[in-house]
Design a protein around this ligand. Structure first.
Ligand code: NAG
Ligand code: NAG
Ligand code: NAG
Ligand code: NAG
Ligand code: NAG
Ligand code: NAG
Length: 369
């Protein structure tokens, strides 16, 4: 299994002055069906990839080495009432609902789903509790807005009795034989992480739901990143995303992500200047000030041990003069037969420094100095 870490630039749009949510994409080069891919991502990262905008898509495409990967978008066949009423009763005409259309008309008492862009008369719930027949031709969204602005909402039908009343109401308006919008709609594509992002990047002619079971979305073209709908049981590599906080203070940046020391170093050098070096009491004080924000008990510093000469150095090449080691750490020769040792500052207690194997996964502090 190959796994590429990609560290995007700061997503400035998501930043306040002192806080930032950063998104990172992880390509998993292992064929899984959509559900299994989702499970993998939820266990190991945040979720199967969400793409909020073109910038996200560009970053995602940089993380993959081929075009065919699952993303976290799935067709949901959930019907909802515009009013928020639970869907407890359905009265589809035979052969309905068809797979593509997402809005509903009543026609001779039965329900048919239609493209939401079609225009029909419609029926609203009224403030007083009754119904209003609006004989203006509108598409479903416009009808919904009209009802919400002037009355309450598009009508819901909660049982057989209400269905009969509504049918009679329509017939009494001499409108039997014409189809009218009711409030039932399908929220078609949803992100696995429940993001409400409406960003889509379908290939021409997609999604086309060939065979009626193409309920999951993948990126099907490299390097353009265009999307296609595909049956969810197919197996493809996939992309997970991870969202994490970046907290700024005083040119020191605490990254609330758990990385090994070398991954942390790479992250800081790509996105900031370097892992922090603490070469004075003054800098230790600044570090103590930000390290409280971390979610791990210790936080990586730019401090590494050269085992062969039993010496600690800062990543900028300087010797360690100012020291703030916890007792038993930093002074005695390290046992580095198994693994190199690196330096971290404890986020609680007296916030002294400790020596740890470099594969430990900790938050870390980058510097912009
Ligand atoms: C999480 O990742 C590990 C390997 O990194 C893998 O063995 C495990 O199966 C993954 N979790 C799921 C639910 O797939
Ligand atoms: C329905 O049609 C009948 C006969 O043409 C007419 O008398 C009645 O007023 C109409 N009702 C409505 C609500 O338009
Ligand atoms: C989407 O969600 C965000 C926060 O979760 C919210 O601020 C925004 O208003 C939502 N947008 C829509 C269109 O619902
Ligand atoms: C995905 O694979 C798992 C394990 O093999 C299986 O249980 C599940 O039904 C599959 N899901 C789909 C949508 O095919
Ligand atoms: C990092 O590890 C800490 C402690 O094990 C945990 O509480 C935290 O949720 C982890 N953070 C992430 C982003 O995985
Ligand atoms: C290093 O310091 C930590 C924290 O005080 C302590 O738990 C650990 O035992 C020390 N290591 C050694 C080798 O004494």
């Amino acid at each position: 299994m190959a796994q590429t870490l990609y560290f995007p630039l700061l997503l400035i749009a998501l930043c306040s002055i002192s806080e930032c949510v950063q998104r990172q994409y992880h390509f998993i080069n292992e064929g899984k069906n959509w559900t299994e891919a989702q499970r993998y991502c939820r266990e190991n990262y945040t979720d199967l990839a969400t793409v909020d905008n073109m910038n996200d898509l560009i970053q995602l495409m940089k993380s993959v080495n081929d075009g065919r990967v699952w993303i976290g978008l799935q067709r949901m066949s959930n019907w909802h009432w515009s009013s928020g009423d639970p869907v407890l009763f359905l009265n589809w005409a035979s052969g309905q609902p068809a797979s593509i259309s997402d809005c509903t008309v009543m026609y001779n008492g039965q329900w048919i789903n239609e493209a939401c862009s079609n225009t029909h008369f419609f029926i609203c719930f009224q403030m007083s509790g009754g119904l209003v027949f609006v004989n203006q031709l509108m598409n479903w969204r416009a009808a919904q807005s009209y009802c919400r602005q002037n009355h309450i909402d598009l009508v819901s039908v909660r049982n057989q009795n209400e269905n009969q009343q509504l049918e009679k109401f329509i017939n009494d308006r001499n409108s039997s034989g014409s189809a009218v919008w009711i409030g039932l709609f399908r929220d078609t594509w949803q992100w696995s992480d429940q993001s409400n992002s409406s960003f889509r990047y379908w290939s021409t002619g997609e999604p086309n739901n060939v065979g009626g079971n193409e309920d999951c979305a993948m990126i099907s073209q490299y390097p353009q990143g265009l999307w296609n709908d595909i049956p969810c049981h197919f197996q493809f590599p996939f992309v997970c995303h991870q969202d994490f906080f970046v907290l700024h203070k005083d040119k020191l940046i605490v990254i609330q992500q758990n990385l090994s020391w070398s991954e942390a170093l790479r992250y800081c050098r790509q996105n900031h200047v370097d892992l922090v070096s603490v070469q004075s009491v003054e800098m230790q004080r600044r570090v103590m000030n930000v390290v409280k924000l971390a979610s791990t008990e210790a936080v990586w510093l730019g401090l590494h041990n050269f085992c062969s000469i039993n010496t600690w150095l800062w990543v900028n090449g300087d010797m360690v003069c100012y020291q703030n080691w916890a007792p038993g750490n930093g002074s005695t020769p390290e046992n580095c037969k198994l693994e190199n040792r690196k330096g971290a500052v404890q986020s609680g207690g007296d916030q002294t420094w400790i020596s740890l194997p470099e594969s430990h996964r900790l938050n870390f502090i980058c510097t912009n100095y």
